[in-house]
Design a protein. Structure first.
Length: 148
């Protein structure tokens, strides 16, 4: 079974629960979901700043826009401007479907932009599609020895 480390950057407990549940339903990929609840924590996790010095480098980051302390745009910009982290796929997973947010996200280097549906079954289906694509179809960048 293939193993994939996912960093979920989300402050809504319901969305955390639903995302974890949907990813756990994969039969071919073992998704390990690490959760941080604000943008500062996300940067610390990826860069292994205490208390995350033992954190794995995420294979994928699922990033909300509306976050405490540092919003998702700023997190995305920092990750994509750093040569050590820019290859990590970052997927914006947010409630906004505003054109301005979509354009800004792609302009900052997101790999995908997914609007969260309100209904549970639709939300779950989108997460399963993400797991299918990033777990089975797309090749995730390999971890580099000694790198982030």
């Amino acid at each position: 079974m293939r193993k994939v480390d996912v960093l979920l950057v989300e402050d809504n407990p319901d969305h955390i629960f639903l995302t974890r549940k949907a990813l756990s339903e994969s039969e071919e990929i073992a998704f390990t979901v690490h959760v941080v609840r604000d943008g500062e924590e996300a940067i610390h996790f990826v860069r292994r700043v205490p208390p995350y010095e033992r954190a794995p480098r995420p294979d994928i980051v699922l990033l909300d826009i509306q976050l405490p302390r540092k919003d998702g745009f700023r997190v995305l910009e920092e990750l994509k401007s750093d040569p050590g982290t820019r290859i990590i796929p970052v997927l914006m997973l947010t409630t906004s479907d505003a054109d301005a947010d979509i354009l800004k996200s792609y302009g900052l280097g997101t790999n995908s932009y997914i609007a969260k549906p309100i209904r549970y079954d639709e939300f779950s289906e989108k997460i399963r599609s993400i797991s299918n694509y990033w777990g089975k179809v797309s090749l995730i960048p390999p971890r580099q020895p000694g790198g982030v």
